[in-house]
Design a protein around this ligand. Structure first.
Ligand code: KG4
Ligand code: ZN
Length: 334
């Protein structure tokens, strides 16, 4: 039997088929919509949900073919029911319910953030309590993980999410969407860094704020007067921005882990792909006897595997939904 995992919470259609018994991936695909949203430097919800509607059925058919399977081999349909963009979630949940109903198999709605986090199990060795940093285009939160399924909020962003700040700063610098990977690449080749403030670094709590940093970048650009700025200045701003972000995330995450006496530090979400963030956390954690367990790079950004994989665990625990399964755009992890 197979579990079909469906992810449509934002601008990626993710489909995966995994083996119910072993969890092995039988087929998977992610259709990115970057080229649709690039001209707007951010996701346009209506365009995103419309695209999901068009891609879900052919991608599922294709995944079944790739797996050498028939629709009848699917024993559970799992879907992200929140948090995310309402129209996008609705496209996925409606498709999941229709597909499951037609096959006469159960449907299970999962939490998108928990699915991001659960990808960290792949590396093995997670010890509880753990502290989790989830950083994506829509979320920035630090949570205490007592065990899978039991979470406690330690801190979150007061304004922009980290990925969102990367995307907005990239746009200011005239760099393409999504901004995270481009800023990381430009920062890597920079020969100097502009010094930016470290927001809330001395606040004493575990809250984050990114909007001030974004403003600092804008002020720097205005002061420079040249638009677009010279290549070398763009690199220096990218590096300075990233250094500020990584330092705040690193110090607050380790402080959270210290307070909670955590042994493992989990890192998930699109921004977890960032090498500077991974390396910075590892450097800080190792001497304190904590182990950083990041999500596998290919499963950091939105995908169907993470949905199927979490559903496999929850199904084994007896969880399933009825046909009244609904989206919850504001669903929280804790
Ligand atoms: O998890 P994700 O695919 O979607 C949401 O659930 O939001 O995360 C996408 C975000 C984007 O903001 C993108 O710029 C950021 O992750 N991102 C990165 C990197 N790769 C993707 N940010 C920093 N460094 C990267 N290498
Ligand atoms: Zn996500």
């Amino acid at each position: 039997m197979l579990i079909l995992g469906i992810e449509t919470s934002c601008d990626e259609t993710g489909i995966a088929l995994i083996d119910t018994r072993t969890g092995a991936v039988a087929a998977e695909a992610v259709a990115s919509q970057n080229e649709i949203h690039a001209p707007y430097a951010g996701v346009v919800p209506e365009l995103a949900s419309r695209r999901h509607l068009g891609t879900l059925a052919p991608m599922t058919a294709r995944a079944l073919r790739d797996a050498g399977a028939e629709a009848d081999d699917v024993g559970l349909v799992a879907v992200a029911r929140g948090p995310g963009l309402a129209g996008c979630l609705l496209a996925g949940v409606s498709f999941a319910k229709g597909f499951a109903y037609a096959l006469g198999v159960p449907v299970l709605g999962v939490n998108h953030l928990e699915a991001h986090l659960y990808t960290c199990v792949a590396a093995g060795g997670v010890e509880f309590p753990a502290v989790a940093l989830i950083v994506s285009g829509g979320h920035t939160l630090l949570a205490l993980v007592h065990e899978w399924g039991r979470y406690e909020l330690l801190g979150q962003t007061r304004d922009d999410a980290v990925g969102e700040a990367y995307d907005k700063v990239a746009s200011m610098l005239g760099l393409p969407y999504p901004g995270g990977p481009v800023i990381e690449a430009r920062a890597r080749r920079a020969s100097r860094a502009v010094r930016f403030p470290r927001p809330l670094i001395k606040s004493g709590d575990l809250e984050f704020s990114l909007s001030g940093l974004k403003t600092a970048v804008r002020t720097r650009l205005k002061a420079g007067g040249v638009s677009p700025p010279a290549r070398e200045e763009v690199d220096a701003i990218a590096r300075g921005f990233q250094e500020a972000v990584v330092e705040v995330l690193r110090l607050k995450t380790i402080e959270g882990a210290r307070r909670a006496r955590a042994r493992s530090v989990l890192l998930a979400g699109g921004v977890a792909r960032n090498e500077a963030l991974r390396a910075g956390l590892e450097r800080e954690a190792a001497p304190r006897g904590m182990r950083v367990i990041p999500s596998p790079p290919r499963y950091c950004t939105d995908n169907g595997m993470m949905i199927a994989s979490l559903a496999r665990r929850q199904m084994a625990e007896g969880q399933r939904d009825g046909w009244d399964l609904d989206i919850d755009p504001g669903l929280r992890l804790c």
